[in-house]
Design a protein around this ligand. Structure first.
Ligand SMILES: Nc1ncnc2c1ncn2[C@@H]1O[C@H](COP(=O)(O)OP(=O)(O)OP(=O)(O)O)[C@@H](O)[C@H]1O
Length: 251
C-alpha cells in the first residue's frame, strides 16, 4: 500500500532530516510510525502525501509513484496534519459540506455523506454548533471526519491525540479501529502515546535521526527484544526506549 525505497530529504539549509528510509505498509495495516522528537516523521509524511519533494529515493502510495501521480494520489488519501486550522465561524456540518464541495462530491450525496461522518465521529448532536465552540477532542474528531469525506483508501494522521484527555484519546482510538476493521481503511499514524499505539497498531516502524531502526509487527518486536530487556510484561514502550535512548536528546 505504501512503499519507500531509500527515501532521503535534505532541507535547503543542508540538514538531512530523512536518511535512506525504506518502509513497507500493507493494505489493511494500522501502521504506527514512531520516533523521538525530530526523528523525521512529519518530513516523511509530507513526502508521502506529495507536499514536499524527496531529495532522492522512490516512493509509492497505492501502487502509484508519488512524484508522477500527485493528482490521483490526492483522491486516494486523507490527511490530518499535526497542526491545522479550522474555519471557526462554520458549524461542524457546514465545515464538512464545504470540504465535500472542494472534493467535488455530487451535490445530492454531500448531505448524506456529512450525516454519515458526523455520526461516525459522534458529532451529530453538535452538527449545528460553531467550530469555535468545539473542545479540542471534538475538533480532532471533526478533522478525522474531514479526512474521510472522499472515501480515501489510506489516511495519514500526524499525532491525532496530541493534547487530548484520556477519554478524548480513547474516542479517537475507537474511531480508528472502526474505520480499519469495518471500512478497511489503511491507517498511517504517528504518536508519542506508545500505550495507545500498542493497542491499535498491528505494525510499527521506529525511526531515529532520520534512520529506520526497526519495522515489524508489534508482537514480532516484543518477541525479538524480550531476551535483551529483562522485564516481565514487556511493553512496546520498553522496546522503544531500548532502541532509541542513548542518553542524548534531539539532534
Ligand atoms: N523546513 C525545514 N528546514 C530545515 N530543517 C527542518 C525543516 N523542517 C523540519 N526540519 C528539521 O528536520 C528534523 C525532523 O523534523 P520532523 O518535523 O520531520 O520530525 P518529527 O519526527 O515529526 O518530530 P516531532 O515528533 O517533534 O513532531 C528536525 O530536526 C527539524 O528541525
Amino acid at each position: 500500500m505504501i512503499k519507500t525505497n531509500q527515501l532521503r530529504k535534505v532541507y535547503d539549509n543542508g540538514f538531512e532530516a530523512v536518511k535512506s528510509l525504506s518502509l513497507h505498509v500493507n493494505k489493511g495495516d494500522i501502521y504506527g510510525f514512531l520516533g523521538p522528537n525530530g526523528a523525521g516523521k512529519t518530513t516523511t509524511i509530507r513526502m508521502l502525501i506529495g507536499l514536499i519533494e524527496p531529495t532522492s529515493g522512490d516512493l509509492e502510495v497505492s501502487n502509484l509513484n508519488v512524484k508522477k501521480n500527485k493528482g490521483e494520489i490526492k483522491n486516494l488519501i486523507g490527511v490530518l496534519p499535526e497542526s491545522h486550522g479550522y474555519y471557526e465561524w462554520m458549524t461542524g456540518e457546514e465545515y464538512l459540506l464545504f470540504f465535500s464541495a472542494l472534493h467535488k462530491i455530487n451535490k445530492q450525496q454531500r448531505k448524506d455523506k456529512v450525516t454519515e461522518l458526523l455520526d461516525l465521529v459522534s458529532l451529530t448532536a453538535k452538527a449545528n454548533v460553531k467550530v469555535s465552540q468545539y473542545s479540542r477532542g471534538m475538533r480532532q474528531r471533526l478533522g478525522i471526519a474531514r479526512t474521510l469525506i472522499h472515501d480515501p483508501e489510506i489516511i495519514f494522521l500526524d499525532e491525532p491525540t496530541l493534547g487530548l484527555d484520556p477519554q478524548g484519546q480513547k474516542d479517537i482510538e475507537n474511531i480508528l479501529l472502526h474505520l480499519n476493521q469495518v471500512k478497511g481503511v489503511t491507517i498511517f499514524i504517528t504518536s508519542h502515546l506508545l500505550k495507545d499505539i500498542e493497542k491499535i497498531c498491528n505494525r510499527v516502524a521506529i525511526v531515529k535521526a532520520g534512520t529506520l531502526i526497526e519495522e515489524d509487527s508489534v508482537k514480532g518486536l516484543m518477541d525479538k527484544y524480550k531476551k535483551d530487556i529483562h522485564k516481565d510484561d514487556l511493553s512496546l514502550e520498553d522496546v522503544f526506549f531500548h532502541l532509541t535512548s542513548d542518553g542524548k536528546g534531539e539532534q
